[in-house]
Design a protein around this ligand. Structure first.
Ligand SMILES: *Cc1c(COP(=O)(O)O)cnc(C)c1O
Length: 397
């Protein structure tokens, strides 16, 4: 997945343009910026590549989720449905706008289970936020049907799945809003950065203003611009955007490399009948940033994970025990451990997750191992890795 592996000439050249002008901010300074508009150019490139009308760059993927929620008018006491398996950014963004994170089970796609989502919808629900974990997607058609029926926003967290598709559409472009992260370890990177994409003009305008203190960006004098509503600062810098501009041009090259490597590794494992694979919903194609497998039991999965590590197969993750990606370790959320007071709505409405039954998620995530696909591996390294992976897993069966 990591685009940082291929940080090179193109990235340096784009950054050098910005350094030469010295204008590190995306707005203003028209006369002295040598016509460098890296953030604007990256937004244009994103809209083109994702087939959407609008893209708003921001400072991180977490900021993108926050801005997307705010842009759709989600606020205090609104409930947002999110999966038990994700990254902590999901509930951080929801809480940051005063809304209530409602966790629901994942299924064999390792993303939101549509049945669990339908059961969790109530009068306070405002949005459903599937997270396309480890390169593959939720059953977006089923989720869209639920959203349409209940008048809910469908917000895709595509931070880990940029370049994947569903029913021919780039992930992130299927829902009302889609979010990407360009942090240092994502498929393409800005160093730090993120983006919101949408076809909804109102949401886009809201995102544009909200991410820059509410500035309406009308006219050429920032001090004279109006502030139609409250905002915040989630701006990206020109330096970061410059890196991303070079990287987006390489996205398809990165995906092709990942697919080739994924196929070699998966072919090696197909010989082991006990190994099965996460379900990719019909009509979907993942971005191949991870190879994600299931073993028959939690015990065997722990053993396989250990054996892989001992065999030197690095970057394989057992998310079930991970502090950042699975609800079991989110004690700070469960206890609402916060530096300051938490809004009353959140305190009163948030379900008691210490008592919640997510055994359905446990059954899948407890048997999951995800192996990161790196871009820099040689063909020889991939071949050796495939042999080692198969041997390590066979050794514990
Ligand atoms: C990385 C990530 C984010 C947050 O992105 P940052 O740019 O690190 O803030 C959100 N959701 C998912 C699924 C991620 O993997």
């Amino acid at each position: 997945m990591p685009g940082f592996e291929f940080f090179g000439e193109k990235e340096r050249a784009e950054v050098q343009d910005v350094l030469d002008s010295g204008v590190l901010m995306r707005y203003g300074f028209d006369g002295v910026r040598n016509n460098n508009w890296k953030a604007l150019e990256l937004e244009e490139a994103l809209t083109k590549r994702m087939g959407v009308n609008h893209a708003q760059l921001v400072s991180s993927g977490t900021a993108a989720l926050t801005v997307a929620l705010a842009s759709a008018g989600i606020g205090a006491g609104d409930e947002v449905i999110m999966p038990t398996f994700t990254f902590v950014a999901s509930f951080e963004a929801i809480l940051s706008v005063g809304a209530v994170p409602v966790l629901v089970d994942v299924d064999d796609t390792l993303t939101l289970d549509p049945v669990a989502v339908a059961n969790a919808v109530n009068a306070k629900t405002k949005a459903v936020m599937p997270v396309h974990m480890c390169g593959s997607m939720a059953n977006l058609r089923a989720l869209k049907t639920i959203c349409d029926k209940n008048n809910l926003i469908l917000l895709e967290d595509a931070c880990q799945a940029i370049g994947g598709t569903y029913e021919g559409k780039p992930l992130g472009s299927y829902g009302d809003l889609g979010c990407f992260s360009f942090d240092y370890v994502k498929t393409i990177t800005c160093g730090e950065g993120g983006a919101v994409i949408t076809n909804n003009e109102t949401f886009y305008k809201n995102a544009d203003h909200y991410s820059d203190h509410g500035h309406d960006h009308i006219g050429k004098d920032r001090g004279a611009e109006d502030h139609p509503f409250l905002g915040y600062n989630y701006r990206i810098s020109e330096l970061h955007a410059a890196v991303g501009l070079a990287q987006i041009g390489r996205l398809d090259e990165f995906i092709a490399i990942q697919k080739k490597t994924y196929t070699v590794l998966r072919t090696a494992l197909e010989a082991i009948p006990e190994v099965t694979y996460r379900t990719v919903p019909e009509g979907g194609e993942e971005n191949y940033s991870f190879l994600t497998i299931f073993l028959p039991t939690e015990e065997l999965t722990r053993k396989a994970h250990k054996a892989l590590g001992e065999a030197g197969v690095d970057a394989c993750f057992y998310w079930y025990d991970n502090n950042w990606h699975y609800y079991r370790k989110w004690s700070h959320l469960t206890n609402l451990t916060s530096l300051g007071k938490v809004p009353n709505e959140v305190k009163e409405q948030m379900p008691d997750y210490s008592k919640a039954d997510f055994s359905k998620s446990d059954q899948w995530v407890g048997r999951t191992i995800s192996c990161l696909i790196k871009l820099g591996w040689t063909d020889e390294e991939v071949k050796n890795r495939a042999v080692k992976m198969a041997e390590a897993i066979k050794s514990i069966l």
